[in-house]
Design a protein around this ligand. Structure first.
Ligand SMILES: [Zn+2]
Length: 87
């Protein structure tokens, strides 16, 4: 089990998803057991979300949605999203 100091030290990498898988799992395990670190990571995550809007993955998702919208008449797309109205 990791120590709290180790978890806090790795927390920013953990949030960025840059930790090695083993370490990531260990941090996650610790967070399940430790309320203090859970709160720490949550606050850190909120701060990161406020400060750095460098997640370009959101734009990719948006593009995906838009193109799915444009081509929603195609049956393949309609089949993929179950909520699509069947016209
Ligand atoms: Zn802890």
């Amino acid at each position: 089990m990791l120590r709290c100091s180790e978890v806090t030290r790795h927390s920013s990498d953990y949030i960025d998803g840059e930790l090695p898988l083993m370490l990531q799992l260990q941090v996650r395990l610790h967070l399940m057991a430790c309320r203090h670190c859970r709160r720490f990571v949550r606050q850190m995550r909120a701060t990161v979300a406020l400060l750095g809007h460098e997640s370009e993955s959101e734009e990719t998702v948006d593009d995906d949605l838009i193109s799915a919208y444009r081509t929603k008449s195609k049956p393949t797309i309609a089949g993929r999203c179950s909520h699509g109205s069947e016209r």
